[in-house]
Design a protein around this ligand. Structure first.
Ligand code: MRU
Length: 354
């Protein structure tokens, strides 16, 4: 299977009474199966259980979740639609806490409905579906632009390392960190990608390795704990990861283990880049200390492939994300260009610039 024959990560099927279809990422790479989400509960669960995951893809899914959640009030009053909108957006906002794209997309949907207030429930629902489609399309464009800006930072023949999955599966299409590799590859640069397996849910091993294979990019899977050694052996000249939320000063939340990779990169003088769309910035937070970190069930750590690997009763701490301080980040690559050095001033200027 090649990238062109894989169905989209997520898309809307049909018209106003349609539904959201997405790849169930928990089954990859062993099985490629799409599932249909026809209720807000289906979408909530798909996000919560990581069937759809990755910050931008979560935002797109939530936007479509609002559409399925309002279908059964389209024939009623506008007041009923707004009451339901409030319920649906509040519920979807509880699905996962860290990726700010979720809240960003829900805000956009709320504002769209308000803008069309007075036009009747069907027209409002149509405007919401149009907005969700716009969020999806913009995400595709942002990813392509990130790829174009980011590939210039890489040279032919380099070894690069990434953590978790910030590819097409984590976005509407093409990815953020992986977009940088894909674009470099399309420019004829030969890269060798070291893929952190990304314990405990193995997004690197299951998803990133799968995406790179489809595009014919050379890749080597490593244990997360091997990253520093691989750097010491001189095999890596740049690190690129995605992000779930970037505070005003550039502190960046991403998958647990990213911070250790950034520290190791600094120790070896290797540039550490973050690739993320502007929808991942949260300027309401001064720094990373206020970013909510998702805590996940201990079983994810105490078991492997469905089998218990640790003694019953052992305490487990399982934060799903960590925060890399801005001082460890050489540059942030967003759709508007490359932000470097990573300072509050540079970020504010880049975000105002659009
Ligand atoms: O728990 P996940 O799989 O949703 O975590 C995903 C990540 O940490 C990604 O690196 C991040 O969302 C960026 S995706 C373009």
């Amino acid at each position: 299977m090649s990238a062109s024959t894989v169905p989209p990560t997520l898309h809307w099927v049909g018209g106003l009474d349609g539904h959201l279809r997405l790849i169930d990422q928990t089954l990859l790479p062993l099985e490629l199966r799409e599932i249909d989400c026809r209720s807000v509960e289906d979408v909530w669960q798909a996000i919560r259980e990581l069937k759809v995951r990755g910050a931008p893809a979560i935002g797109v899914a939530a936007a479509y979740g609002v559409c399925v959640g309002l279908q059964n009030v389209a024939a009623g009053s506008e007041a009923a639609l707004f009451a339901r909108l409030d319920e649906v957006t509040k519920h979807l906002a509880t699905s996962r806490p860290t990726a700010v794209n979720l809240f960003w997309a829900l805000d956009r949907m709320r504002r769209t409905a308000e803008l069309h207030q007075g036009k009747g429930p069907r027209a409002i629902l149509q405007s919401l579906l149009d907005e969700a489609r716009a969020i999806e399309e913009e995400d595709r464009q942002m990813c392509r632009a990130i790829g174009r800006h980011g590939e210039k930072l890489l040279a032919d023949g380099q070894g690069v390392l990434t953590h978790c999955n910030a590819g097409g599966l984590a976005t509407a299409d093409y990815g953020t960190a992986l977009a940088v590799f894909f674009a470099a590859h399309e420019e004829g640069k030969r890269l060798h990608v070291f893929v952190d397996e990304t314990r405990p849910l193995l997004q690197g091993a299951r998803l990133t390795a799968w995406e790179l294979a489809q595009r014919g990019i050379e890749a080597t899977l490593i244990c997360d704990s091997a990253a520093a050694q691989v750097m010491r052996e001189g095999r890596v000249q740049a690190v690129v990861t995605g992000a779930d939320r970037i505070a005003a000063n550039g502190d960046t939340a991403n998958k647990i283990g990213t911070y250790s990779v950034a520290l190791a990169a600094q120790a070896h003088g290797i540039p550490f880049y973050v690739a993320a769309p502007t929808s991942t910035f949260d300027l309401s937070l001064d720094d990373g200390s206020a970013i909510p970190i998702e805590q996940r069930p201990g079983d994810e750590v105490a078991s492997f492939a469905g089998r218990r690997t640790a003694p019953e009763g052992i305490a487990v701490y399982n934060p799903a994300f960590d925060v890399t301080p801005a001082r460890l980040i050489r540059a942030i690559i967003c759709e508007r260009g490359v932000i470097s050095p990573v300072t509050g001033e540079k970020i504010a200027a880049a975000l105002q610039g659009g």
